[in-house]
Structures are given as C-alpha cells and as structure tokens.
Design a protein around this ligand. Sequence first.
Ligand SMILES: Cc1cc2nc3c(=O)[nH]c(=O)nc-3n(C[C@H](O)[C@H](O)[C@H](O)COP(=O)(O)O)c2cc1C
Length: 190
Amino acid sequence: MDQNELAKTARMALPFFASGTVVHGFGRGSKELGVPTANLADEVVDNLPDQLTCGVYCGFASVNHGTVYPMCLSIGWNPYYKNEKRTMETHIMHSFDKDFYGEILKIVIVEYIRPMLDFKSLEELKLAISSDIRISTEKLLEEKCAEFSKHKFSVHLSSTLIDSCRTESSSLSLSNNISLGRVFTASLQS
Ligand SMILES: Cc1cc2nc3c(=O)[nH]c(=O)nc-3n(C[C@H](O)[C@H](O)[C@H](O)COP(=O)(O)O)c2cc1C
C-alpha cells in the first residue's frame, strides 16, 4: 500500500474509541526518548480493526475517567527497536506526577498523522516524535478534532446494547466503538 492509501485506510477506522489497562512496555519511552508512553493491554491491541494500520495518530485520552488531555500515539512494531509484538503506545500531552500502570486508559483516536518508520539514529526518532507532538497539538485544536475532547466515554457490557446502538443514528460509527466486546458510547458532557 502506498502512503496515500495507508492514510485513507486508517482514516476509515476513525474516530476509534478504545479502553484498557495500562501495562509495562520496555521502559524506553521515558528513559531514552524523554517521551513517556502508556502501553495498552494486549486485549486491546489484538482486537484492533485491520483498517487501523500501523502508524502515528492523535486524539484525546483520560486516565481513570479523569481529565481529558490531547495525546498522540503509535500503533505498530516500532521498527527502530525491531519489536516482535505490536504495541499501542499513548503519549499524553500532560505532565503527570506518577506512573499509571494498572489504571484504565480511555482514548479516542481522531486523526492519522504518518506511517510508522524506521530511523538511522535515536536522534532522528526523537525529532520525528517531537514533530508528531507539535502536529498533533495543532490538529487537535481544529474544530472537527476538538469536538471529541467534549465527549465522555461510558462503557456498556451488554450485547443487547450493542444491537440497540447499531440502530441509533449516531454520528459516530458504532463499528469503531467496539473493543474487548464492549461498546464505548460517547455522550456530550454538559
Ligand atoms: C508519537 C509517537 C511516534 C512514534 N513513532 C515511531 C516510529 O516512527 N518508529 C518507531 O520505531 N517507533 C515509534 N514510536 C514508538 C517508540 O519507539 C516507543 O514509544 C518507544 O520505543 C518506547 O517504547 P516502550 O514504552 O515499550 O519502551 C513512536 C512513539 C510515539 C509516542
């Protein structure tokens, strides 16, 4: 697939809502890159739709149903580190006092930024990520993206709800909102 097709395919899966436990990665995000990332549990990564191709995306995130912050995330095998497992790593544009391993991370992915790339040096990877953070911060201020910061996600486990939601004339595509067998509905905060 060429880059345009990759971007087009990825955008078909957006907006994408997901929620899961934060698990330990390799710990390089903070140490080597100076960019802390929260890795989502395998159950979420293993159930991503095929359209959500490997790459860098941006959106909004909240930890333990708290404040919604802008974020950018990578989905893929981190070719620079030659990972053998696909990961989903969220960098939240906020300075937290502590780690949140084991806590619940909810995200909505609203835009695709670029494909996942290999780099010749750590410096190049760091530069690419700081550019991603800048681009994401700007994009998320655009109205079509910013509106998603006003959504709060509530989780329903009932399959009946999945069926009833399917018939709702929601502006959000439901198929994008199922993860871990749950439906993540979005309702506007008052
Ligand atoms: C915004 C963003 C963009 C990224 N882009 C790439 C990339 O293009 N290539 C790559 O190999 N890794 C990329 N990564 C993944 C980093 O390599 C990864 O977060 C780092 O290895 C830390 O992983 P760890 O928490 O498992 O230690 C990106 C991460 C973020 C947050």
